[in-house]
Design a protein around this ligand. Structure first.
Ligand SMILES: N[C@H](CCC[C@H](N)C(=O)O)C(=O)O
Length: 260
């Protein structure tokens, strides 16, 4: 018995979405990693499962899985894709709570990604640490957008070389997404992200949000910032109310049937 899926992408960060509200599907390490596999399966950076929400005000429950089967608490580009797929500016329920969405006049999708978590236990880190300057070479800053992010601000070239080791550094008990940023102006950041459980991706929405938060905290960036990644740019604003607004494109690539 097959299950229907949508293949979507946001700035080249791509996803397979299965809505289990209307069909039977249970995510396992085996089927998630197979679906994500670009040779043996459909191929994507993350698998996204839609389910019936439990919180009042939510239109859909959204869960994000990396190709290694690990579950992520946030996924910005995928959140925009789900909002675009459902239409009518839905409210997404994720591990971090309710994420309202919006559609701009130009048809881009905005997601209120909520407030970043700045404490060492919230990232999380393995021991009490100033999250503004981690005790690692290059002195990154760290925060959580519902998933752990460390951001360096000394160039993007090292992403593929140093990403794998940093992802698994003992300072990160749940591993971490590693952002490598180059400040172009106070409102413009060039960024590459080595994603936890997925590797180097063309763009990372939660990583862009985390990088702006960490850059503002370091007084390197303004609260409104364009984040330019290999796959394209996102508009990020860390609002005075504490929430981070992320705006960018989201595209349905194709639909299909996955033979379970
Ligand atoms: N591509 C996603 C990030 C996935 C994060 C995942 N790799 C994790 O384990 O946190 C984004 O656009 O935010």
């Amino acid at each position: 018995m097959s299950v229907r899926f949508q293949k979507m992408q946001g700035l080249g960060n791509d996803f397979v979405v299965i809505d289990k509200r209307h069909q039977a599907f249970s995510p396992t390490l085996n089927n998630v990693s197979k679906i994500c596999d670009r040779r043996l399966g459909i191929g994507c950076d993350q698998f996204v499962l839609l389910d019936t929400p439990s919180l009042p005000g939510a239109d859909v429950l959204v869960r994000f899985f990396n190709p290694d089967g690990s579950e992520a608490g946030a996924c910005g580009n995928a959140s925009r894709c789900v909002a675009a797929l459902l239409g009518h500016a839905p409210v997404l329920q994720t591990q971090v709570g309710l994420l309202p969405s919006l559609v701009t006049e130009t048809g881009e999708i905005g997601i209120d990604m909520g407030a970043p978590r700045l404490g060492w236990r919230e990232v999380p880190l393995a021991r009490e640490t100033d999250t503004l300057v981690l005790p690692l070479p290059g002195a990154p800053a760290a925060c959580s957008m519902g998933n752990p992010h460390a951001t360096f601000f000394n160039g993007i070239r090292d992403a593929a070389q140093f990403g794998p080791e940093l992802e698994h550094d003992p300072l990160f008990p749940e591993r971490a997404n590693i952002g490598f940023g180059q400040i172009r102006a106070r409102d413009n950041l060039r960024l590459r992200v080595w994603e936890r459980g997925a590797g180097l991706t063309p763009a990372c929405g939660s990583g862009a949000c985390a990088a702006v938060v960490n850059g503002v905290r370091r007084n390197l960036l303004d609260r409104r910032c364009i984040v330019e990644m290999d796959g394209g740019s996102l508009r990020i604003e860390w609002r005075e109310d504490g929430h981070v607004l992320m705006i960018g494109p989201a595209t349905l690539v194709f639909e299909g049937e996955w033979p379970q």
